[in-house]
Design a protein around this ligand. Structure first.
Ligand code: ATP
Ligand code: MG
Length: 426
């Protein structure tokens, strides 16, 4: 392959716009958030599921909905070499549901509690908190209709937010009704919007008949103002949906989970019915949803599976990391830095370091033949807990100087029992 060159220097290749590297120094925060999710979700009986990053395009069209933002304009869709239309997953619920059906998970357990984490892809305008490759941690429960499970899922999300130290969030809940009562609401809303079409943005003028609920979610000032007294979905619920929503609220109160009702929260995916919710913050500008989810009772069946209800949520990891901000998780410090003087000492330090690493001691050394001073600087920079100074002289005596970097104290230690000595001090 030819290489592009300018003035003899190869042009460097950058990452794709909206797709970010996660570098050491930040990745520790990611690991912390992922680890906490595993712990908390595990407590509630959730098991991890991993699905491919690519699925047949049809899966998303049929589940998320043809007239949604995601399917209309945000999907990374391409034909593979056999001409199959494939899509990089824009979300996790449809793939998990596909896998649930394909693997007949309902035959193993009447209730499936699953969680996932990984990259999602949407062709959006990149900005703070909005990227083209982003990461979600999500959870799904398939098989329970009872409102206790809605409250349980919300309690778990709340528990997770507390556990990771994100408290500037508010839980908002709503009910979007079901196929029985939603059409009535939709009609009422279209009737209302019809009289205010001029005030709506071009996009809402187009979608007010195809997806009128989305107008309530539009960020344009005109649309916001024109819909302040729009009919409320909560006034149009059928009795089944009303009872269910009442129970969700009652259970949340019983669990002392703080929440507010937001009847304008519509969510952007067609499969949602009844309970929907968002965890919102005022710390991230217009990207204010940190997590979102809801019930999807007809989804499993519509994708060819058994008629089982479902509910779940997805948390946006980038937004959590932004919220954690300066309060980042610090990188794990090395236990020991081996500073060696001279080639023989460096060779011995290398063997000793490898041995210590095998026993689980985080050990580091210099590979560039630097001066003792430079090595000590590096030990400091790495924030090593201890430094072991190995000179030719010390080697001959089978001992070395162990420096406690926190206490600024030092002592002679025998190289023989070094491992035990270190482990006892750590
Ligand atoms: P938004 O209203 O911000 O576009 P959404 O309704 O499209 O969000 P969902 O599909 O419900 O979001 O995804 C759940 C969560 O995933 C969001 O609350 C958010 O934290 C995160 N998320 C969604 N899209 C992106 C993106 N492009 N970049 C970063 N995070 C995202
Ligand atoms: Mg979106």
């Amino acid at each position: 392959m030819s290489q592009t060159k300018t003035k003899g220097k190869a042009v460097s290749i950058t990452a794709i716009k909206g797709m970010n590297d996660i570098l050491p120094g930040t990745v520790e925060t990611w690991q912390f958030l992922e680890q906490k999710a595993r712990e908390v979700f595990g407590t509630y009986g959730f098991a991890e599921i991993r699905t491919p990053a690519v699925e047949k395009t049809e899966l998303f069209c049929r589940s998320i909905g043809e007239t949604t933002d995601i399917v209309e304009k945000e999907m990374y869709t391409f034909n593979d070499k056999s001409g199959n239309s494939l899509t990089l997953r824009p979300e996790g619920t449809a793939p998990v549901t596909r896998s649930f059906i394909q693997n007949r998970l309902h035959t193993l357990d009447p209730v499936s509690k699953l969680y996932y984490m990984g990259p999602m892809f949407r062709y959006e305008r990149p900005q703070k908190g909005r990227y083209r490759q982003f990461h979600q941690i999500g959870a799904e429960v398939i098989g329970v209709e009872d409102a206790k499970i809605d409250a349980q899922v919300l309690a778990m999300l709340h528990h997770y937010a507390c556990e990771i130290g994100i408290d500037a969030v508010e839980l908002q809940v709503n009910s979007l009704g079901c196929p029985e009562c939603r059409p009535g609401y939709r009609k009422a809303l279209i009737g209302y919007l019809e009289k205010r079409l001029d005030a709506l943005c071009a996009e809402c003028q187009r979608r007010y008949t195809t997806n009128p609920l989305r107008v309530l979610d539009c960020k344009a000032t005109g649309c916001k103002e024109a819909t302040v007294d729009a009919p409320s979905v909560l006034d149009h619920l059928c009795s089944g949906c009303e009872i269910h929503f009442g129970q969700v609220k009652k259970h949340l109160q019983a669990l002392a989970i703080p929440f507010s009702v937001n009847d304008r929260m519509v969510r952007g995916l067609d499969y949602y019915v009844r309970t929907t919710f968002e965890l919102v913050t005022d710390q991230l500008g217009s990207q204010n949803a940190v997590a979102a989810g809801g019930r999807y009772d007809g989804l499993v069946e519509s994708l060819g599976g058994p008629a089982l209800p479902g509910i779940g949520f997805a948390i946006g990891l980038e937004r959590l990391v932004l919220m954690k901000g300066k309060d980042q998780v610090v990188a794990t410090r090395p236990d020991l830095f081996l500073a060696a003087l001279g080639e023989d000492a460096a060779e011995q330090a290398f063997v000793l370091m490898s041995k210590l690493q095998r026993s689980g001691v985080r050990a580091e050394m210099d590979y560039q033949g630097k001066s003792l001073k430079a090595q000590m600087r590096r030990a400091n920079k790495l924030n090593a807990r201890f430094t072991l100074i190995l000179g030719e002289e010390e080697l001959r005596n089978g001992s070395a100087e162990l420096k406690d970097m926190d206490q600024s104290s030092q002592c002679q230690v025998a190289l023989d029992g070094l491992e035990q000595e270190l482990l006892s001090r750590l």
